[in-house]
Unconditional design. Structure first.
Ligand SMILES: C[S@@+](CC[C@H](N)C(=O)[O-])C[C@H]1O[C@@H](n2cnc3c(N)ncnc32)[C@H](O)[C@@H]1O
Length: 262
């Protein structure tokens, strides 16, 4: 499905200029709104819509009238608790100064938590294969300003719009401390979240032998997988599953032993 960019019903000159910029950067068509509703415009243009409002970008995949937009989501409350007790941070063994590659950036909630943990001396790169999602999240990470305690962590995240395996192949061996993957669950999830409008649009690709092999080559400390508690991917790809009672998802970890790389 193609994506086009437009504005609100009555665009300000800055929203129009922004839509121009988005059109050029994403190499997509800019189409005048002409006071059309979202569903009318999707129907007329047969396209997903990216809408430049005054303060944020909204993405309406075809057939969805609820927008997707950037928000720190779970990172907002997770970063209010001691970070070393966050299940992802703990299982990854992530410490200040580490580098962290999130192969499946999505809304960037996990990356924000990781970025808060690694701090100024650390580095966080987020890889997302859906180009429009990568763009909306990258823009939000740079501009979102309602949570001052997370600003520095959000601004630090470098977003790459790319397939995870292709990106990993560009990286030298042993160059990133922790590599993380959280592919879309294949099981039905009933809880609504900010991600709900993207369910049919995001990349539903699953873990592969090549993906795990590349992650192990590039990782210095750990490779971490998040998956549904019923997923067999932990065992299939050699992750040690960390049981989390009463949760819908588990984490699994592969610890990198330097001697295993020789
Ligand atoms: C479940 S979401 C990740 C949520 C994320 N952990 C967060 O905290 O918001 C999975 C995301 O990974 C992306 N994705 C799936 N397969 C990918 C791949 N092979 N390379 C890069 N991104 C991928 C999807 O488009 C989706 O946005």
């Amino acid at each position: 499905m193609k994506t086009i960019v437009t504005t609100a019903y009555r665009p300000t000159s800055s929203a129009l200029a922004w839509a121009n910029r988005v059109s050029a950067e994403l190499e997509i068509l800019q189409v005048p709104r002409n006071k059309r509703s979202i569903d009318r415009m999707q129907e007329d243009e047969q396209a997903d819509l990216l809408v430049c409002l005054k303060e944020r970008l909204e993405f309406y995949p075809m057939g969805k009238t609820e927008p997707f937009f950037f928000h720190p989501n779970s990172a907002a409350f997770r970063t209010k608790r001691p970070l070393e007790q966050d299940p992802l941070i703990e299982v990854a063994g992530l410490v200040p100064g580490d580098s962290f590659l999130d192969c499946t950036l999505g809304l960037a909630s996990d990356s924000i938590v990781a970025s808060q943990r690694v701090g100024q001396r650390g580095r966080v790169v987020g890889c997302e294969s859906h180009p429009v999602l990568a763009y909306v999240v990258a823009q939000g990470l740079q501009q979102y300003s309602n949570m001052p305690h997370l600003e520095e962590a959000m601004r630090r995240i470098e977003v790459v719009s790319c397939q995870a395996v292709s990106f990993l192949q560009t990286l030298p061996a042993d160059s990133i401390d922790v590599i993380y993957m959280d592919p879309m669950f294949t099981e039905e999830i009933t809880e609504a979240s900010n991600f709900t409008p993207l369910r049919g649009t995001a990349d539903r690709g699953q873990l592969t032998v090549q993906w795990v092999a590349e992650a192990k080559r590039v990782a210095r400390k750990t490779v971490v997988l998040k998956a549904h508690f019923r997923s067999q991917d932990f065992e299939r790809f050699g992750f040690i599953r960390r049981m989390r009672p009463n949760t819908k998802f588990h984490y699994g970890v592969i610890s990198i032993e330097p001697e295993s790389k020789q």
